[in-house]
Design a protein around this ligand. Structure first.
Ligand code: ZN
Ligand code: ZN
Length: 778
């Protein structure tokens, strides 16, 4: 059980993790370690079972070895039991689930008609939680999953008989709410809605889920039910605000963590520079370094998961680690594998079973293993690159640690500005609250389809609009009426079409692209529609389960990529061109010639060519043109302008200016994830010495999703901290003229040219000087 409340087992042998770390760096000329944090153990603080805990439940808990609950579990369960919406925000593996299991199962015991709806962001977590609740529930509860894997003939049974339904926001949106009359029995008696790991709902997905939960509340109210919501989250800075944004509810927060924690060692690791021959020294890639650390740990007998940001990276690292392990002991190489979301269900289950049985010793995984699923026996975790948010970082690091055993976590800095910053600023990781999730439920691109869904479920009334965000909802409804999708009647706004509206919560709207092996017709998996132009274009290298495929044909209309297996010495990287126009300015402040603005922009993107690059070194081998159509994105942006006087004062020459702005833009994009819970790939940027819409030197950073996801807005609000960290990252990098750890970007459409590292620092100093004077404004 991932959230096991079981007390610590045998005591740890002291220094075990530190000794393992020591073995990893033995023999290195320059230690790759930039920081070692010894995280102290924390003693347990226990409470007493609430008086209302049903006797049979208490017995089952005792049978499972849980004799006393921790303080935060009792506090949260008591609040929920009293009918208060509650958000439990405590550490990884702190047993948050027991809080809602206690309240929920007690409610089911007290009222034989009552139901609980449990929502998880991933299927793996849902199945883990299903097993956990089944072990505690009495015979009348019949916990069951209702998700995309549930066979149609089982769905009716679940709806009619299960009283603890484990599902996800996608199924609520597409399966349950559109058929609410059939679900009326369950919805009418809904006692609790549990929203687990709610910090996972961010960006576009978070904005959709925020609206889905509001739709659920509205339909429940129609059936006379007002279920109590329990949110479980990683430790975030402001849990009440997260719950409010996610469901429009004022929940009470429980943050005082009473669970014990075993000692652990958390190391920050920066891959060394090495001589790449003619190109001069380059930093060893985080992937190569992670593969080596993973294989060393496997050979050391440590059960290890390496978390990797991309699917391709996970598969490449697993393949490389297999080879390295085979050099030491060929028998071990079968015990290393890759894991990621997007595998077909049977492939995924087999990997999960292998991990649980211990057949697998080393796994390179995407964040699909970060939440839930039973991998509680890990000795070590390797994080290949910053996973995007501190919540994810702690979640992944927290995966290590057998009961009571000291564990090891190693963060391997990838070659990018944010990772470089973190490796050298441990204070940004340790002793800082995790950022609250950033998303914007009022994004018109998300609100409009959600209001269509809501109106098709039941006509929208004036008071419903308040629930969906007030003015933003009113504007969206007006637009839908004008488009003929909704019609206003005295009883409310009605959906006018015969077909039901539909919306995919997980993508910006583009349909996923299916990958098919041409020769066999076998379906390998899918890629996100928005990413398809740059990942499965003709000629692209696509990796699945450690096997490389080359794309022969990308059929845009059918959304299919046909591939054949091939293991070339190169990978590919798409190149794109971007044009940006400012549509409207929502906020604008100027001081000493430096302007900080946010508003709406139109971005036109076109993938025009791709490069073949040598595996591991990244050396460019050849360029190939592509014939793909441009795509228009209207989104939110933050931009900084510098007027002529400021530029003259900074003494950056006209010739150096484009390189200075471009370098500052790249590093700023790299650092934004530290302030907004986004991924570098969720945002884009553009810089120019003279933008036609501002008439000044301009750096723009924009959200990569239609209507924006709140990231640029967060950047605007944290502009001083953000640009201060950006400047520090560039200035502290020891490279000579710019490298991927400071100003080079892996997704630059201009091949990282021009870039001027030194002048970028000067430009950022000018901006920060102006903002310092304008202290009151920022
Ligand atoms: Zn550098
Ligand atoms: Zn660029």
């Amino acid at each position: 059980m991932s959230d096991s409340p079981l007390a610590a087992g045998p005591s740890a042998s002291p220094g075990q993790a530190a000794a393992r770390l020591e073995r990893l760096v033995r023999g290195a000329v320059h230690s790759p370690l930039t920081h070692i944090a010894d995280l102290a153990p924390r003693p347990a603080r226990c409470g007493a079972w609430p008086s209302w805990t049903p006797e049979p439940l208490r017995d089952r808990l005792l049978d499972l070895g849980i004799d006393t609950p921790w303080l935060h579990q009792v506090a949260a369960a008591e609040l929920a039991h009293s009918g208060r919406d509650v958000v439990v925000s405590t550490g990884t593996a702190s047993g948050k689930s027991l809080a809602y299991q206690l309240a929920g199962l007690a409610a089911l015991e007290a009222d034989p008609k009552a139901r609980v709806l449990y929502l998880a962001p991933t299927k793996a977590l849902a199945h883990d939680q299903l097993a956990a609740v089944a072990a505690l529930a009495g015979p009348s509860v019949r916990p069951a999953a209702y998700d995309g894997d549930t066979p149609p003939d089982e769905r009716d049974w679940v709806r009619q008989h299960s009283r603890w339904i484990v599902t996800n926001p996608d199924m609520i949106s597409r399966g349950i709410l559109p058929r609410h009359p059939r679900w009326s029995g369950a919805l009418r008696n809904l006692a609790y809605v549990v929203v687990d790991e709610c910090h996972a709902y961010r960006g576009v997905f978070g904005a959709h889920v925020g609206n889905v939960l509001r739709r659920l509340r509205r339909i429940c109210a129609r059936y006379g039910a007002s279920p109590t919501f329990v949110f479980a989250s990683a430790t975030v800075a402001d849990p009440e605000a997260s719950a409010l944004r996610l469901a429009g509810l004022e929940a009470s927060a429980v943050i005082d963590d009473g669970s014990p924690r075993a000692a652990s060692t958390f190391a920050l690791w920066e891959p060394p520079w090495e001589d790449a021959g003619s190109d001069g020294p380059t930093r060893r890639s985080a992937s190569a370094e992670t593969a080596r650390i993973l294989s060393d740990l496997v050979c050391d007998g440590a059960r290890t998961v390496a978390f990797v940001r991309s699917r391709r990276g996970a598969e490449g690292i697993a393949a490389q680690a297999k080879r390295l392990v085979a050099d030491v002991d060929p028998k071990l190489s079968d015990r290393v594998a890759a894991y990621r979301g997007g595998y077909l269900p049977e492939e995924r289950r087999e990997l999960e079973r292998g991990l649980n049985r211990g057949d697998l010793l080393g796994v390179a995984s995407t964040n699909a293993l970060e939440l839930g699923i039973d991998i509680s026996g890990l000795d070590a975790v390797v994080l290949s690159g910053f996973p995007g948010t501190l919540a994810s970082l702690w979640q992944q690091a927290g995966r290590a640690g057998r009961a009571g055993q000291e564990s090891l976590a190693v963060f391997v800095a990838a070659d990018d500005p944010l990772d470089h910053y973190l490796a050298h600023n441990p204070a940004a990781i340790f002793g800082r609250p995790v950022e609250a999730s950033v998303f914007d439920p009022a994004n018109p691109y998300i609100l409009a389809p959600q209001l269509q869904m809501a109106a098709a479920e039941y006509p929208l009334t004036e008071s419903d609009l308040e629930l969906f965000g007030g003015d933003a909802a009113r504007l969206a409804v007006e637009a839908l009426v004008a488009a003929g999708d909704l019609r206003g009647r005295p009883a409310g706004w009605f959906w006018t079409h015969r077909h039901r509206p539909d919306v995919d919560l997980r993508s910006g709207g583009a349909a996923p692209v299916t990958i098919v092996e041409a020769q066999t017709g076998r379906m390998l998996g899918t890629v996100d529609g928005a990413a398809a132009h740059s990942t499965v274009h003709e000629g692209a290298l696509y990796v699945h389960q450690g096997v490389s495929y080359v794309v022969d044909e990308f059929d845009l209309e059918q959304a299919i990529a046909l591939v054949h297996a091939e293991e070339p010495e190169w990978t590919t990287r798409a190149q794109q061109i971007t044009d940006l126009r400012i549509v409207s300015t929502l906020r604008s402040s100027t001081y000493s010639g430096v302007g900080v603005h946010r508003g709406v922009v139109d971005v036109t993107d076109q993938v025009v060519s791709y490069q073949r690059r040598r595996v591991w070194t990244g050396q460019v081998l050849a360029d190939f043109p592509l014939d793909l159509p441009p795509r228009l994105l209207q989104t939110a942006a933050v931009w900084v302008t510098l007027d002529d006087r400021t530029l003259r004062r900074s003494e950056v020459s006209e010739a150096d200016l484009p390189g200075a702005l471009h370098a500052a833009e790249h590093a700023a994009i790299g650092l934004l994830p530290l302030f907004a819970t986004c991924d570098r790939w969720d945002i884009g940027g553009l810089s120019t010495a003279l933008h036609p819409d501002t008439g000044a030197a301009t750096i723009v950073v924009y959200d990569g999703h239609p209507g924006g996801a709140g990231f640029a807005e967060r950047g605007h609000d944290a502009i001083r901290e953000w640009l201060t960290a950006t400047r520090a990252t560039i200035a502290s990098c020891v490279c000579e003229s710019g490298c991927p750890s400071c100003v080079q970007s892996p997704k630059c459409g201009n091949g990282n040219s021009p870039l001027d590292k030194g002048a970028a620092v000067v430009i950022l100093d000018s901006v920060l000087d102006a903002l310092a004077i304008a202290d009151h404004a920022f």
